[in-house]
Design a protein around this ligand. Structure first.
Ligand SMILES: *Cc1c(COP(=O)(O)O)cnc(C)c1O
Length: 314
């Protein structure tokens, strides 16, 4: 594992050609083999700081969640126990552990099939589903600074940044950090006064909801920042795709991304992200950075499902 506490994480940025568009890819999937993607950014605060009284981390969510796997890695690195609550475990997964579930178990995760997680004691750290919490700001600000440094080195004036959203935590904190850094706010500023407006953000974050709809994502943003001037721009996808469902066009673009760029993307968020980005070519008129948010261990279970649905020759 090449990430350790007190080491600033920095991923590379690659210039690629996809579908006749020049595009930059921020390779957060390569941060480290184990602790990577946006969950590494979101949980970086917990990796970097000491929590002397904590012995166990508790979280909840779905049985193939990327956040669940990343938390199992964090717990292992920290020497914490890890209890994870799910409301349902399919007998197929129980009998054939694979993907995030399998590797999280290998890292020592204790699974509990139960509706609600118990309230944490003072020796337990509670993490919201998908890492939707304020501590995520810490690691995402580092990501924002890395992007701004790279942008300056490249001599790029205005940059569009695109990433698909689940809870929207990454996109929101990223846009907010860009605005804060531009306005010269540092450190403790929690929220912007409602009348504050960024001049004209030089880094504009675009995103698309993958879990709920546009309204759901807007609500998520408002919970983290009430000043909408600092929200990312939400793109409306032309087609509603249900999270975790399989679509032929999603599989096709996933293959095309791999063929044309030589990069494997995640199969849950990225196909919907790329399909929506390509529907909005005006974004790509400016230099555009796509953030690869990791999640590749989850592809094992997605690929199995695609093969079961469409046969081996999809
Ligand atoms: C978790 C995850 C997301 C969604 O991140 P949010 O901060 O919840 O919006 C997107 N892509 C990948 C690969 C993820 O693992």
């Amino acid at each position: 594992m090449n990430i350790s506490a007190n080491k600033i994480i920095n991923s590379s940025t690659e210039e690629k050609l996809f579908n006749n568009h020049n595009i930059y890819i921020k390779r957060d999937d390569l941060l480290s083999k184990e602790f990577s993607g946006n969950k590494a950014r979101k949980f970086y605060y917990f990796l970097e700081n000491e929590f002397h009284q904590i012995e166990k981390v508790i979280s909840y969510g779905s049985s193939q969640s990327n956040a669940m796997y990343s938390l199992s890695v964090l717990a292992k690195m920290k020497g914490w126990k890890f209890d994870y609550y799910i409301d349902h475990l399919s007998s197929y997964l129980e009998e054939n552990p694979h993907g995030n579930y399998k590797y999280a178990l290998k890292n020592g995760m204790q699974i509990h099939v139960r509706q609600d997680a118990p309230l944490p004691t003072e020796n337990e750290l509670f993490i919201e589903e998908g890492g939707r919490q304020k501590e995520a700001k810490f690691g995402i600000e580092i990501l924002a600074k890395e992007i701004l440094t790279w942008k300056e080195e490249q001599g790029i004036d205005e940059l569009n940044v695109f990433l698909p959203s689940g809870t929207g935590t990454t996109a929101l904190f990223l846009q907010k950090a860009f605005c804060q850094l531009e306005l010269g706010f540092t450190g403790t500023q929690v929220s912007f006064p409602l009348e504050t407006k960024p001049m004209s953000p030089k880094c504009c974050v675009y995103t698309v909801p993958c879990v709920g709809d546009v309204e759901y994502l807007k609500k998520q943003f408002l919970m983290l920042e009430e000043n909408e001037n600092f929200h990312p721009k939400i793109l409306t996808p032309s087609k509603k795709r249900h999270f975790g469902k399989l679509y032929r066009e999603s599989y096709n673009i996933w293959l095309k991304l791999r063929e044309e760029m030589g990069i494997e993307f995640d199969m849950l968020y990225d196909p919907h992200g790329w399909l929506t980005l390509l529907e909005n070519p005006e974004i790509l008129k400016k230099p555009t950075l796509y953030i690869h948010q990791g999640g590749l261990i989850g592809n094992e279970s997605m690929l199995m499902r695609y093969k079961r649905k469409y046969g081996e020759n999809i």
